[in-house]
Design a protein around this ligand. Structure first.
Ligand SMILES: [Zn+2]
Length: 354
């Protein structure tokens, strides 16, 4: 398999800071699975961060970068969380993405799962957990993106439709209404029919706007107020904050200093399948690390779509929570940031503990 189809950033040989590791165990953070394991001195076993088992005392847990290192240190795998399976699961999802990409038409779930070597039901859950999308949604988003490409090239619309992998034009129009007509943030009709509560809150990097629908956070930004929120969601019903939003906003403000602490905050981000995949890949970058735009494109199985991945990073509505600040240029320079390079620099410096 082509290594460019990597779905999530590979574990680095360096171990994250032990406090970061411990915090990941305390909140059972699935996004951290595969990046390190925790070894429990009293039981002799090692676990992945999301393990459901009771936590040992802090002084009884040490950390290793991967299962092999834990075994070399004399520990054995937990029978409850199967820490050795994390790598296998990710490889299976990568394999499935390569298969979907290469297929002429959207493959059946059963076919994709069999190709990856899993039972369909289990694989569906696994794929969704790793990518944030079902296999079918991933395939549909891919096909719609290809149609858009082909429409720009082909002389005849029907040629473009067949070239993109549709076997009938009618399916293409259904998909097109769902994917092609979307604005970058994909809020239909400027948020018509949606009620959004909002407030500003002080943080150590300045005032932040925090806005949420009844499903979750829809906008986190710096230096914005009602006018900017209205411009983004012109048809939405903007409401003052209630006690629930006050509590969420307080946690958002703390994210500036502790970016790992927001994993369980509810979100309501709407976008194309491609954007959703990019945003999921961003959330998989551990605090203190950075990726290039090319690595993000490769991580979602679209290594050729570097520029589109950069655009999707820029369309991110949730500053810090979806950490687009962790994406830099391949040459190490900062790249862009919607809220100013000084904030990007400050956030990265905080995460690296400088
Ligand atoms: Zn375990």
């Amino acid at each position: 398999m082509n290594q460019m189809t990597r779905l999530v950033p590979a574990p680095l040989p360096d171990l994250p800071d032990p406090d970061v590791c411990w915090a990941a165990f305390l909140r059972r953070d699935r996004a951290m699975d595969g990046l390190f394991v925790g070894c429990v001195a009293t039981t002799g076993i090692y676990c992945k961060p999301s393990c459901a088992a009771r936590h040992p005392r802090r002084e009884n847990m040490s950390f290793q970068p991967d299962p092999a290192a834990a075994r070399a240190a004399g520990f054995r795998a937990c029978l409850r969380c199967h820490p050795d399976a994390v790598g296998r699961d990710r490889l299976a999802v990568e394999k499935a993405i390569a298969f979907i990409e290469a297929a002429e038409e959207v493959p059946l779930l059963e076919t994709i799962a069999a190709h990856a070597g899993y039972a369909p039901h289990h694989f569906h859950r696994l794929f969704k957990r790793e990518t944030g999308l079902t296999p079918a949604a991933y395939a549909r988003g891919l096909r719609a993106a290809r149609l858009k490409d082909a429409l720009g090239r082909e002389g005849r619309v029907t040629d473009a439709i067949y070239e993109a992998g549709y076997n009938a034009p009618s399916r293409a129009y259904v998909d097109a209404s769902q994917h092609l007509g979307m604005t970058p943030s994909a809020w239909k009709d400027g948020g018509r029919g949606v009620s959004i509560r909002w407030r500003t809150v002080d943080s150590s990097l300045g005032a932040m706007l925090v806005a949420a629908t009844d499903k979750g956070l829809c906008r986190i930004s710096f230096g914005e107020g009602q006018a900017e929120l209205h411009a983004r969601f012109p048809q939405a019903d903007l409401q003052p904050a209630d006690a629930e939003l006050d509590a969420i906003a307080a946690r958002v403000a703390m994210l500036v200093d502790d970016p790992a602490a927001g994993a369980d905050l509810p979100t309501d981000v709407r976008g194309t399948a491609f954007q959703q995949a990019v945003w999921a890949a961003l959330r998989a970058i551990p605090p203190g690390e950075t990726r290039s735009y090319g690595e993000i494109a490769a991580a979602i199985g679209r290594p050729g779509a570097v520029r589109a991945a950069g655009t999707a990073c820029g369309d991110n509505n949730l500053a810090i929570l979806i950490p687009c600040h962790r994406v830099v240029r391949r040459d190490g320079s900062m790249g862009g940031y919607a809220w100013g390079l000084d904030k990007k620099q400050a956030l990265l410096a905080k995460e690296k503990g400088k």
